[in-house]
Design a protein around this ligand. Structure first.
Ligand SMILES: [Ca+2]
Ligand SMILES: [Ca+2]
Length: 249
């Protein structure tokens, strides 16, 4: 073996050891603060050098909706975290945490829905509502106010039952819209876009019907530059042209 190869091998070993040590250090730190139970991250979103997560306090617990989606019980915000191989590793104690066990949180997103420059926290929850007494996914919005989680809008529903939604500034006015994938009674899907109107969200536009499964391919854990949607037919970039949704190959 040449000296060059040995040097390369040594460097690789050194790098692997460092990554392993950072991982272990962060895991240990998290463990020290979470009583003695490790936490599992169900959903996370990175914004403004902070990590917003939904965690499950008991990793052994099988917490799933009828849809198969996992839910958690706490939301936590960390400024001390690292990204390792595209996955977050949380460090010391969170800057903020709240117990949302009662409402089964399953997805967290962050965006500025009213354009005041301060980001709101969107949490998809699974619960019954007063005028719709069956468990369903519901879009809840919060803000942090003097260290407290304050409700902005606890929506009982969107226009139709939804599979998923993201926050994205699709019309580039520095305000994030809700973009959702919703189910029609015939089983087909539509993509709907909503604007915040100060008291709730209002439908801005709805796409043509789409057959089969529709999912978002990005904007899941951080803001991306565009919106990619996968349908049974193909993968598309979602654009808004004269308030109409266009899916471009
Ligand atoms: Ca805001
Ligand atoms: Ca916008």
């Amino acid at each position: 073996m040449s000296i060059k190869k040995i040097v390369v091998l040594c460097l690789m070993l050194f790098f692997i050891t460092i990554v392993y040590q950072i991982r272990r250090e962060y895991k240990n730190l998290a463990g020290q603060h979470e009583t003695d139970i490790e936490t599992d991250i169900i959903s996370w979103f990175e914004a403004d050098q902070r990590l917003f997560v939904i965690t499950k306090s008991n990793p052994e617990a099988d917490m799933r909706l009828d849809t198969g989606e996992e839910y958690g019980n706490h939301i936590k915000i960390y400024s001390d975290y690292k990204m390792l191989n595209g996955e977050p590793a949380v460090g010391s104690e969170p800057d903020f945490q709240a117990d949302l066990s009662e409402i089964k949180p399953l997805k967290i997103q962050v965006g500025d829905i009213d354009g005041d420059g301060v980001k709101e926290i969107a949490v998809c929850v699974y619960k019954t509502a007063k005028f719709h007494p069956v468990p369903a996914k519901r879009p809840f919005f919060y803000r942090l106010n003097e260290g407290e989680l304050e409700a902005v809008w606890l929506g009982s529903r969107l226009a139709r039952p939804f599979d998923d939604y993201i926050l994205f500034d699709v019309d580039q006015d520095a305000v994030d819209e809700i973009i959702s994938i919703e189910a029609l009674e015939n089983g087909n899907k539509v993509i709907a876009i909503y604007d915040w109107k100060g008291f709730g969200f209002e439908v801005k536009t709805v796409s043509d019907e789409l057959e089969g499964t529709v999912i978002f391919l990005n904007n899941i854990s951080h803001k991306d530059a565009n919106v990619l949607v996968k349908t049974a037919a193909d993968t598309y970039q979602l654009l808004l042209e004269e308030d109409q949704i266009k899916l471009i190959k």
